[in-house]
Design a protein around this ligand. Structure first.
Ligand code: ZN
Length: 493
């Protein structure tokens, strides 16, 4: 019997606004689509959090024995600067500025995306389709929506007719937006667009001859709209009705609302059973934005090479930090929060090392291991509540330390259960990696601490020549010291 048959997962479904018991369409199998990155710049930290939330969900399903087909796309065309079908294609713009081919932009940032995800111990999705690889599929869907009279062609572009669609269907079903409000609140684009109504959205856009990313279609040379790619790719690989569609909360409207409308217009079927949205990340209490400098790249967190952090942090510390918040909560990223997570992470890794060498005794345990195990699963079954899981993990950490110091005991059977459950949740589901393991790494860190203390002594004695020499020579071998009011920290590149 598979583990999943013993567990009822409830998932918060954005479309109903409620937690619902999860029932896959085909027992034992799950189809999950997550909107992937638009590859025109380095993956930013907010996106990393979104993808990490779905990596955790993917991992938990697999842990329970489900067969999961996880599709996460790469957007390499069609995503304009402005989500309302205006502005330049993000990739084409970058290519123009850097004077390289759009596909060079795509290649560069796809590689960056994969490298970063590997560093943070992500599992690859089952299929990673690209928008440009599915132009034909998108054109076929647009043709059918046109045939059904729910889209119209103007001057080489095709737009989805939201008002007409809403007569037979329910535009706004996911976001809760009312069509009347949308009409009222959308500014008129008179003279700037071919759209009949401002709330309509592009399925296909005509491309001027100078546009570098263009494909032939029944309506002339052009490129697909951003929303249609996800409809084409999700349905192609998961079927016209699949289990889970995920993405960042910012995609709920208009992107996911439009996906529902397209799929229903195309084949009269609501495409998705459970809509799952991961919440955003703030930095020092503020929205992250490149323009204000309140921004940090995942690679900068690892190197510590940023004025936002006092030092670098390992990928597992960052993962642990992110998993300490529920995926639907806003999470604030800060140096202090990461330092606190690092402490917790190291404490956990120490306990897991202790666990390996614990000897069972014959006396009965005074910690109910099977009840604790059940609570761990209950936490994850309750809409993937990782902070609750981590708090359960720490009650086990406390118990392990009590066994170590002799104030508690454990028998053989319970020790086996404790080990298997902790290893499963910590390494498989939360995907933390113990990189504090090697003895030489520990010794290196202790040696650097000795050098930092000697440097401080030299500075206290106003021997700045020596203190600078220590700092510079360490820098030469890529060990960066960083001074702050709380003392000196270091990072190893
Ligand atoms: Zn998408």
């Amino acid at each position: 019997m598979s583990l999943f048959s013993e567990h009822n997962i409830s998932i918060y479904n954005s479309i109903s606004g409620q937690k619902e018991v999860f029932k896959p369409i085909n027992e034992g199998n799950i189809g999950m689509y997550v909107c992937g990155p638009t590859v025109y710049s380095n993956v930013h930290l907010g996106n990393l959090r979104t993808f990490m939330s779905f990596d955790m969900i993917f991992r938990y399903f697999k842990h329970l024995g489900y067969k999961v087909r996880y599709v996460r796309n790469i957007t390499d065309a069609g995503h304009l600067e402005n989500d309302a079908d205006e502005g330049e294609d993000r990739i084409a713009k970058k290519a123009r500025i850097e004077q390289i081919e759009p596909m060079e932009v795509v290649q560069k940032y796809t590689v960056d995306f994969h490298n970063i995800l590997n560093l943070f111990n992500f599992l690859p999705p089952s299929i990673e389709p690209t928008a440009t690889g599915h132009i034909v599929d998108q054109i076929e869907i647009i043709k059918i929506i046109l045939e059904k009279g729910l889209a119209y062609e103007v001057n080489g572009s095709v737009y989805f007719d939201v008002l007409k669609y809403n007569k037979s269907y329910d535009y706004g079903v996911l976001s809760g937006r009312k069509i009347e409000d949308l009409i009222h609140n959308t500014r008129s684009l008179e003279g700037q667009t071919d759209k009949k109504n401002p709330q309509d959205f592009a399925l296909w856009k005509k491309a001027e001859p100078k546009h570098i990313m263009r494909w032939p279609s029944p309506w002339g040379m052009g490129f697909p709209g951003w929303h249609i790619e996800c409809t084409a790719m999700s349905i192609k690989y998961l079927g016209k009705h699949f289990d889970i569609h995920g993405g960042g909360i910012d995609l709920k409207f208009p992107h996911h609302e439009c996906e529902i409308a397209q799929a229903k217009a195309w084949n009269d079927c609501s495409p998705v059973n459970y809509w799952v949205h991961a919440n955003m990340l703030t930095l020092n209490g503020q929205k992250m934005a490149k323009s204000t400098g309140n921004n940090i790249l995942p690679s900068e967190i690892l190197s510590g090479n940023t004025n936002q952090l006092s030092k670098g942090f390992s990928p597992s510390v960052v993962r642990f930090f992110m998993m300490q918040a529920h995926y639907r909560s806003i999470l604030d990223f800060s140096n202090d929060a990461l330092l606190a997570s690092e402490k917790g992470f190291l404490k956990l890794m120490d306990a897991l090392k202790t666990l390996v060498n614990l000897t069972p005794s014959n006396t009965a345990t005074n910690f109910d291991v099977s009840n604790w195990k059940k609570r761990c699963y209950d936490a994850m079954n309750d809409d993937f509540n990782t902070p609750m899981l981590i708090s359960e993990i720490f009650s086990a950490v406390k118990y392990i330390n009590q066994i170590k110091d002799g104030s508690s005991s454990i028998d053989t059977e319970n020790l086996k259960t404790l080990k298997a459950t902790l290893n499963g949740f910590v390494f498989e589901v939360l995907a933390l990696q113990d990189n504090t393991n090697s003895n030489s790494d520990k010794k290196l860190r202790e040696t650097i601490e000795i050098l930092i203390a000697l440097r401080k002594q030299a500075r206290d004695q106003k021997n700045f020549g020596l203190s600078d020499q220590i700092r510079d020579q360490l820098a030469e071998i890529d060990i960066q010291l960083k001074d702050s009011k709380d003392g000196t920290t270091f990072s190893l590149d």
